[in-house]
Ligand binder design. Structure first.
Ligand SMILES: [Fe+2]
Length: 491
């Protein structure tokens, strides 16, 4: 590449994206070189050739929400984002940008149906945990090929560590660090393709800020000190610059969101990581957690909002949160501080580290028993499991595997050389509530939501047959289903 090319890079090298849809509006996003000082034009149409344009305009420098920054090697870019309103509900739209005579790729999104609309099917894609230093982002492209109507990203969209080939080559701490990391991730074609093909809603997890974070600190950051506030603020600023969504207006924190899919389903995205979580009993690694430990994982305001979401949900309630809600016992050990008691060893970073909150969630969700599905990530494995209501019924949960991060079994093997089959047998024996687990695969998940059931497809590499399960209304078991020819490849 010539020096002059570096100084004047082409626009749109980070792709286009849409997100945070409502019945009548959408957030559109792109990035352009700082040298492209012309206004960025946007066009929204009902067809990919823009024969019918329904919205267009110019985004002047005063509307650029993104900061200007040096994002090597493509040269300095600024992110550009705008909420476009006045759109027809439940309608597929196409969009593109233009700056200095260059036209962007064409993206696609659908607006939401009105809250009481009679919708018969929605396809939701779930993704989580994409560490570029671990593997390729191809699973994002596999999910794009499944053509979801909406993508929910459950966190660890970036990883903050400094391992090669991460840019910058050091752990992110400042504004510039996080923005440069986001810019690097967004140069990946597979991630661009998933952003281009569907609107997203996303919630941050620990690595979007710092490993094993809680409200006031993280495993390797100061607890409650000025430095942490600055670091968290930098991560949050970069996140909202690069992810096509605004701070939420439908939930109590910037990341809590309710997406209403007509009368069919409500999707609730709950930030149980960075908004209100108390410091866990142990920052990393398994721990014994007293069943009466009263650490908080979400705030009173979030509980009140969740109760309201339960009350107002007419159909399926799909609650998406970063970490696994259901119990996952890793071993059973005598508790030396409480003689004679044998207690489960758990991952205290999951809801298991917050046992009274885990119980409270099951109580809160009891009114939607038979039409609830919990969705989570963070564990780098696929789990079908559940948390029990007080009356013994199950609130089923799907934990989606990592897009690129090290799979659960590989991470265990770095400490304990044990075959995956033995590890799975061990975990199954300790956890009868887990009906399925895959600790070795990367990938994503597609939910096909209809009135009677949610079909759950494990999306693996292109060309492989998706494994499919079914959750029927009023039956809490996630059961194997026969793949149909169109499964997870568009229907
Ligand atoms: Fe992760």
């Amino acid at each position: 590449m010539h020096r002059s090319d570096q100084a004047d890079p082409p626009p749109f090298t980070h792709g286009v994206a849409s997100g945070d849809p409502t019945e009548s509006s959408i957030v559109l996003w792109t990035a352009v070189p700082t040298e492209a000082w012309g206004d960025v034009e946007y066009t929204v149409g009902l067809d990919p050739d823009f024969a019918t344009v329904v919205a267009s305009g110019r985004i002047g420098p005063e509307n650029h929400v993104g900061a200007v920054g040096q994002h090597e090697p493509e040269g300095p870019v600024r992110t550009v984002s705008i909420r476009v309103g006045g759109l027809a509900e439940h309608t597929v739209h196409h969009y593109r940008f233009q700056v200095d005579g260059v036209v962007s790729p064409v993206g696609q999104f659908a607006t939401l149906p009105s809250a009481d609309a009679d919708i018969d099917h929605v396809r939701v894609g779930l993704a989580t945990c994409a560490r570029l230093a671990s593997a390729t982002f191809e699973p994002y492209a596999d999910l794009a090929r499944a053509r979801p109507d909406l993508v929910v990203h459950l966190g660890d969209y970036i990883y903050e560590d400094g391992s090669a080939p991460h840019e910058p080559p050091a752990e992110c701490r400042t504004d510039g660090d996080y923005r440069r990391r986001h810019a690097q991730y967004r140069r990946e074609p597979a991630l661009q393709e998933l952003h281009r093909s569907a609107p997203w809603v996303a919630v941050w997890d620990d690595h979007d800020v710092a490993d094993d974070s809680w409200r006031t600190g993280a495993a390797d950051s100061d607890d409650g000190r000025h430095e942490w506030e600055q670091r968290r603020g930098a991560a949050e600023g970069a996140y909202f610059d690069w992810i096509p969504q605004e701070p939420s207006t439908t939930g109590p924190t910037p990341m809590d969101r309710r997406i209403r899919l007509g009368a069919l389903a409500d999707i609730v995205v709950l930030d149980a990581r960075n908004a209100a979580r108390d410091r866990p009993v142990r920052e990393s690694g398994p721990a014994l957690v007293s069943p009466t430990d009263d650490r908080r994982i979400i705030s009173d305001e979030q509980w009140a909002w969740l109760e309201q979401c339960v009350d107002e949900c007419p159909g399926w309630l799909v609650v998406c949160t970063q970490t696994q809600v259901s119990p996952l016992r890793l071993a059973r050990l005598p508790n030396l501080r409480r003689r004679g008691r044998v207690e489960p060893l758990v991952n205290p970073g999951q809801w298991d580290g917050y046992p009274l909150e885990q119980e409270r969630l099951a109580r809160t969700l009891a009114p939607v028993a038979g039409r609830i599905l919990l969705c989570s990530g963070d564990l780098h494995g696929r789990f079908h499991t559940g948390v029990r209501f007080a009356d013994g019924r199950l609130a089923p949960e799907v934990t989606t595997p990592s897009i690129a991060s090290t799979p659960f079994a590989d991470a265990i093997r770095t400490k304990l050389p044990i075959p995956t089959t033995l590890l799975m047998r061990w975990l199954h024996r300790l956890n009868p509530q887990v009906s399925y687990m895959d600790l070795q695969s990367r990938g994503s998940t597609v939910l096909d939501i209809t009135d009677e059931s949610i079909r759950i497809a494990a999306i693996g590499p292109s060309g492989t047959r998706p494994r499919v399960w079914r959750l029927d209304r009023n039956d809490p078991e996630i059961r194997r289903a026969e793949p149909v020819p169109t499964a997870a490849t568009g229907s």
